[in-house]
Design a protein around this ligand. Structure first.
Ligand SMILES: C=C(O[C@H]1C=CC=C(C(=O)O)[C@@H]1O)C(=O)O
Length: 393
């Protein structure tokens, strides 16, 4: 019987980041940090995760932990791992300098947008037409994304990118997850998501969907105006409401009570404003594992659209690339079924000297194609800054 060694609490976030190597799993959130190293068991279906966790005998008195990533496509294989060792640490305390940035040694970059900006605005126009079409009266929202393929003259320093993301986004969910690679070099999904898909502790469940965005402005007055304009925007509030409705609909069967604020809140990351709603609930059965809730919620209309099947079909028609693990979920579950899973956005898929960055936005009947393009450009900045490639924007 495999045994997992879990040390908790173990280390500072900086120690965990310094110990991180490609192929490990790293996750930090406002409630703590985790580093998983080595592999005891690998699982490709989220439905098999609970059995794998229970089969893993933890050290006496300790809990086993499963970590990993779910792809956007619910029928594609997930990458879920029970690591050989897990170290837990505290959350990053914003403003305390608990983490430090590293200068990435990546050489010179070339960038290829897929699709190119003009093709993305054309796809947004087609989506707007689809949303208005009498044939698709039920399609209310679709999320369209684009990819920026970067190639460096050197292999990308994934540990430096991860440290930079953690340092620049102390209030977010920064992660690195190993992915199946086409050769012997590691392939890593790395990012700093602002969006909590679901967290569960005992009976308590929390989801914080985001939808509706504006780029930040360097001028504080104009920046505040952008936040206020976002909160006042009918288009963004409608886009947001679709997501909250779907989150509530997915959680309701599992919860004996749910608390849903009437109004969204404007929240910031270093690069973006978003509308957020914190949904909290009490589970009927506290043994429901958090990954089961994540699977019930995924994909929310924040990353796919609504209704899901029609939105999924529109994405397949309009996006000229495979999303892979972008707009999936990343997180961990412990032996009690508690844990956190976040929406895989503001991320890159890094393999050798290439980094594929992804960014999308929710398209509504009144979306402006140029504004949607600008939104994706602004969202790329989270990763471009961490890569030391911000000059490419
Ligand atoms: C799909 C993405 O963002 C989603 C999450 C927050 C806000 C969004 C928006 O305003 O469109 C998107 O729904 C992405 O960042 O790639």
């Amino acid at each position: 019987m495999p045994r997992q060694c879990v040390a908790t609490p173990a280390a500072t976030v900086t120690e965990l980041l310094d110990a991180y190597r490609p192929r490990d799993f790293f996750f930090t959130s406002p409630s703590g940090s985790l580093l998983g190293q080595g592999v005891l068991t690998t699982v490709t279906g989220v439905d098999d995760l609970s059995d794998a966790l229970h089969a893993t005998a933890a050290e006496p008195g300790r809990h086993a932990v499963a970590v990993g990533a779910l792809p956007f496509n619910r029928t594609a294989p997930a990458r879920l791992v029970i690591p050989a060792t897990v170290q837990r640490g505290p959350a990053i305390m914003p403003g305390t300098g608990a983490t430090r940035a590293r200068r990435p040694r990546n050489g010179t970059w070339t960038a290829t947008p897929v699709p190119d900006p003009a093709a993305h605005t054309a796809a947004v126009k087609r989506a707007v037409a689809l949303l208005a079409s009498p044939d698709s009266t039920r399609l209310r929202k679709v999320v369209l994304a684009r990819c920026l393929r970067l190639t460096s003259s050197h292999d990308v320093d994934v540990a430096a990118v991860l440290a930079n993301l953690a340092q620049a986004n102390p209030g977010g969910f920064t992660f690195a997850a190993d992915l199946p690679a086409p050769d012997s070099r590691p392939r890593t999904l790395v990012g700093a998501s602002p969006e909590l898909l679901v967290a569960k502790h005992g009976r308590a469940v929390v989801s914080r969907p985001l939808a509706g965005s504006r780029p930040r402005d360097t001028d504080p007055t104009r920046d505040r105006e952008r936040g206020a304009a976002l909160l006042a925007s009918a288009k963004d509030r409608a886009e947001h409401a679709v997501v909250v409705e779907a989150v509530v609909e997915a959680l309701r069967p599992y919860c004996r009570s749910l608390d849903v604020p009437d109004e969204p809140q404007p929240v910031t990351t270093p690069t973006m404003w978003h509308l957020a709603t914190q949904v909290t609930g009490e589970l009927r059965d506290p043994r429901t594992p958090v990954h089961v809730l994540a699977q019930a919620l995924h994909p929310t209309p924040a990353v796919c659209g609504y209704p899901t099947d029609q939105a999924y079909a529109a994405i397949a028609e309009l996006e000229p690339f495979d999303r892979g693990f972008y707009t999936g979920a990343v997180g961990y579950t412990d032996a009690a079924g508690d844990g956190e899973w976040v929406v895989t956005i503001r991320c890159a898929d890094i393999h050798g000297a290439t980094a594929e960055l992804f960014a999308g936005g929710g398209i509504m009947p009144d979306s402006d194609p140029e504004a949607e393009l600008a939104e994706t450009t602004a969202k790329f900045r989270t990763l471009l800054l961490a890569l030391g490639a911000d000059q490419l924007r």
